[in-house]
Design a protein around this ligand. Structure first.
Ligand code: G6P
Length: 366
């Protein structure tokens, strides 16, 4: 807890934890990449290859940022392992009497391992005979104990209410799980190597992103007087947008809404004006042209745009350019500038960044 873990010279735990990510991501990877066979070593799964091959679906549950990291995870599992996967808030899942299937792998995500809604969902799954893995930070926590197996993040204590390093470590663990599931199914060794090499590059690339802090701070100040912000992303970029909006809401209290970029024209485009700037996630992948078209649509309605992506574009007012990794892994990196953006917007507005009003670090009651 905060007692034996101080801010280490940083002004807030939130900033400290953002800046720790080169190390925490390295720790999530340590000992888990096999360079000979391009597979992941995840000893705690307690499931052999035969069992892992038998799953026909993956369902991920969690709350808040854990849920958004689960959306990122579902995308990784579908892309790398080609197993249908989706994420759902643990609370919704538990209240709707879900159909529990024997050939579905359930994955519960929780930084604290104590979130009541997630724990209750896991207990319900176990009651109905499901196989449940946990992706958890806190060793020996209630959710970790309840699951059949799992993967620890080893991110160290996260004190700031707004989750940052646990989010990126969870996404990294999902990439390892997706690699593992893929390699016991039909992901080729060459594709496995491509992902292993990409994962290994992450800590250095996160360091590079952290050097953009001053530029991001200036942008956060520039946009912090906006009454609200729109966050848009497509497919891989959508969980990034959701987590970016969540961070901004939690710590700055600026209203933020995340939307799939493709859905903008089906409703929220009506909101676009200079008073509602957009943060657009624009990775340099096969959807780049589609995303640039979205930027033009926003511009045509006099919307201001902060683009977060891999190459600057005139279609945006401001651009935050981050290093490129493999398309599947880019969302992990694209999340980090949004953490810094939320942090500096909150500081500019004089908010209590580590302990935002009305929120608790872990919600252990119903
Ligand atoms: C609370 C926190 C969120 C967190 C969520 C899930 O609502 O305010 O920041 O994402 O719980 O926490 P967990 O410990 O289960 O990841």
């Amino acid at each position: 807890d905060a007692g034996h873990y101080d801010t280490g010279g940083y002004e807030h735990y939130l900033l400290k934890e953002i800046c720790e990510q080169p190390d925490t991501v390295a720790r999530a990877l340590r000992g888990r990449i096999d360079d000979r066979f391009h597979i992941a070593h995840l000893g705690g799964l307690n499931m052999d290859a035969r069992e892992l091959r038998s799953f026909r679906r993956v369902k991920i549950i969690g709350c808040g940022s854990a849920y958004y990291s689960g959306q990122m995870g579902a995308q990784l599992i579908e892309e790398l392992a080609r197993i249908p996967a989706d994420a759902e808030p643990a609370s919704e899942f538990r209240y709707r009497n879900p159909v529990v299937e024997g050939d579905t792998l359930y994955v519960a995500v929780s930084q604290s391992g104590e979130t009541y809604d997630t724990l209750a969902a896991v207990q319900e799954l176990k009651r109905k005979g499901a196989r449940v893995l946990g992706i958890v930070n806190t060793v020996g926590s209630a959710i970790a104990r309840e699951c059949d197996g799992g993967v620890y993040l080893h991110a160290g204590p996260e004190v700031s209410v707004a989750s940052t390093k646990a989010f990126t470590s969870t996404a990294v663990v999902f990439a390892l799980l997706a690699l593992h599931l893929g390699r016991v199914r039909d992901l080729s060794p060459a594709e496995g190597k491509r992902i292993c090499d990409g994962l290994r590059r992450l800590p250095e690339q996160i360091k590079e992103i952290l050097t953009l802090e001053e530029q991001i701070r200036e942008l956060a100040i520039k946009y912090s007087d906006a009454p609200g912000m729109m966050f848009v992303g497509r497919v891989r970029g959508f969980p990034v947008a959701r987590e970016g909006a969540q961070k901004l809401k939690e710590v700055s209290y600026i209203h933020a809404e995340a939307y799939p970029a493709s859905e903008l024209k089906h409703g929220p485009l009506a909101l676009i004006s200079p008073e509602l700037p957009t943060v657009a996630i624009v990775p340099d992948d096969e959807l780049l042209d589609k995303n640039l078209t979205t930027l033009e649509e926003i511009r045509a309605r006099n919307g201001r745009i902060v683009m977060v992506g891999h190459r600057a574009t005139d279609a945006a007012d401001d651009c935050i350019v981050v290093p490129k990794n493999e398309n599947e892994l880019d969302p992990i990196l694209l999340t980090i500038p949004l953490q810094l953006f939320a942090y500096h917007a909150a500081v500019a507005l004089g908010r209590d960044v580590d302990k935002p009003r009305n929120l608790a670090k872990s919600v252990t009651v119903e």
